[in-house]
Design a protein. Structure first.
Length: 397
């Protein structure tokens, strides 16, 4: 070991490793912070979009040639249908640029479905350069025609000031317009705004009202939000059974966070087999915390045979997928050489990543500092470059 006056380092690693097992899993699930996406973040696309849907619910009987003939004569509905065909790759090879071309022809004639589609394409930069101002233009025109998806997206653009002046009042106006038409995404977003007090007076009861409407329409985020409300007594009496009910609905719908929460509730109820089942489901669906919880289960031998090899596999997977807790544990294992070839350089990289907000432990920055004392300047500079360029899905060895 490099002489640095910190003789207690190996024991610190082992203490932290011992604390990362049973105590961490026994703790109650952590509630989601009452905050939305970072201010100024791009408005996300709708979770359910009508882009690519045909303007008519009827089955099309005409050939592509017949459709193109009508489109060439300026028929907006035919033009929008060709745009949808190119967007979805039906009868033709998928081509977003051609989809945008045909949608625009229909949109300039005031065809609402095409205006709606162009709003999404400009928000995502599909087939056209990403441009929030143009997205807001087309969303605004479609929203004025009562298309709820466009109203929802326009609300997001106003909420974060993308392509339009930031305005909570305008955001609420369009979210409410979309919600009045039964748009589940807008109902969920109104619930989130009341939960966090963003642009409105914080009100758990109002939040739950909108979450219930959205959940009834099958929205998994709203179902999970109700699970949290019942788990922690936000606007309702705390009720773990009802919390589990709502989390299960969201989990069955494929929401990774809810799958982990179902696992946590079963774990804290000492039903380790069911807990592990849901952690496996979450991990397989790409939920980083599901992989981390599964690693802890293998480390402790609860619900599965105890296996340091399997624990390491899932800790690594969780770290690669962005779990700060997984990154910390993996870094500590490299520092101690537990199941891996000992490397302070790799350990420093993982622990430093875990220390970025919101890190899992107050001591992560201090541990990173101790690890750095074992490295040369060149090694630290190498790790800094790795950390700055690191992306979810990237391993560090």
């Amino acid at each position: 070991m490099k002489a640095n006056g910190i003789a207690a380092w190996p024991s610190l690693v082992m203490v932290v490793l011992s604390l990362s097992g049973r105590a961490a899993l026994a703790a109650a699930p952590t509630p989601v912070p009452r905050s939305g996406p970072p201010t100024g973040s791009p408005a996300p696309p709708p979770r359910s979009s009508s882009v690519g849907e045909r303007p008519s619910a009827t089955v099309r009987l005409e050939s592509l040639a017949q459709l193109e003939a009508r489109a060439a004569q300026g028929n907006a509905k035919a033009q929008a249908e060709i745009g949808a065909d190119y967007f979805r790759g039906i009868l033709v090879s998928r081509n977003d640029a051609k989809a945008a071309y045909w949608y625009r022809k229909a949109a300039v004639q005031g065809f609402g479905a095409a205006e709606n589609a162009l709003g999404v394409l400009y928000s995502k930069g599909q087939g056209v350069p990403k441009n929030y101002r143009k997205a807001a233009q087309w969303d605004g025109q479609a929203a004025a025609q009562g298309i709820s998806d466009a109203q929802y997206r326009l609300g997001f653009l106003y909420l974060y000031g993308n392509g339009v002046p930031r305005s909570s009042a305008q955001a609420l106006k369009w979210f409410r317009a979309a919600a009045a038409r039964g748009n589940a995404d807008a109902e969920e977003r109104l619930g989130a705004l009341y939960l966090t007090g963003q642009g409105v007076t914080q009100n758990d009861a109002r939040a739950n009202h909108w979450f219930r409407l959205s959940a009834a329409h099958g929205d998994a985020l709203a179902q999970a939000a109700l699970g949290l409300a019942y788990l922690y007594g936000h606007g309702v009496s705390a009720d773990r059974a009802r919390a589990l009910k709502w989390f299960r609905k969201a989990a069955i719908a494929g929401y990774g966070y809810a799958q982990v929460m179902v696992g946590d509730l079963y774990w804290n109820g000492h039903d380790y087999a069911k807990a592990v089942h849901w952690y496996q489901v979450a991990a397989q669906s790409g939920a980083a915390n599901g992989a981390y919880r599964l690693g802890q289960a293998y480390q402790l031998g609860q619900g599965v045979p105890r296996s340091s090899t399997e624990a390491l596999h899932w800790f690594r997977r969780s770290a690669i997928e962005g779990s700060h807790s997984g990154q910390l544990i993996l870094g500590l294992r490299y520092a101690a050489g537990k199941g891996v070839k000992q490397s302070y350089r790799v350990a420093f990289a993982w622990v430093a990543l875990s220390a970025e907000p919101p890190g899992p432990a107050r001591f992560a920055p201090q541990v990173a500092k101790v690890l750095a004392s074992h490295l040369t300047r060149a090694q630290i500079e190498m790790d800094v470059r790795i950390i700055r360029s690191w992306r979810v899905g990237q391993d560090i060895k």
